[in-house]
Write a protein that binds this ligand. Structure first.
Ligand code: FES
Length: 113
């Protein structure tokens, strides 16, 4: 049982502000780990709920990321499309510990399923 295990993926400072880095998941979607302008960190499956655009290549505005393909805005905290658009991408629990970014390993496995 992997519940409660956290995977250390590196320093928060190494994630570009208003940008992201990706974590590869064997057999599943990559995970996009975002850093907001005010230093918060979020993780989502790297797949837009519209047509699968790579959210990691989008720009973070406030608490959302704009998909690079058709500009849907996806809330980083919930994975839900904002405005008129409907859809949701999986959220990966993430926490900071001493400046390191930890993502929930069990959720990573679910995202890969
Ligand atoms: S694929 Fe993301 S907005 Fe269309």
């Amino acid at each position: 049982m992997l519940t409660g295990e956290w995977l250390d993926i590196g320093w928060a400072d190494e994630i570009p502000v208003r940008g992201s880095r990706t974590v590869q998941v064997e057999g599943g979607d990559d995970i996009a780990v975002f850093r907001t302008g005010d230093g918060r960190v979020f993780a989502l499956a790297d797949r837009c709920p519209h047509k699968g655009g790579r959210l990691s290549q989008g720009i973070v505005h406030g608490g959302a990321v704009a998909c690079p393909l058709h500009n849907w805005r996806i809330a980083l905290a919930t994975g839900e499309a904002l405005g008129e658009d409907k859809g949701c991408t999986p959220v990966i629990p993430v926490k900071l510990s001493g400046g390191r970014v930890l993502i929930c390993r069990a959720s990573t496995m679910q995202a890969a399923a």
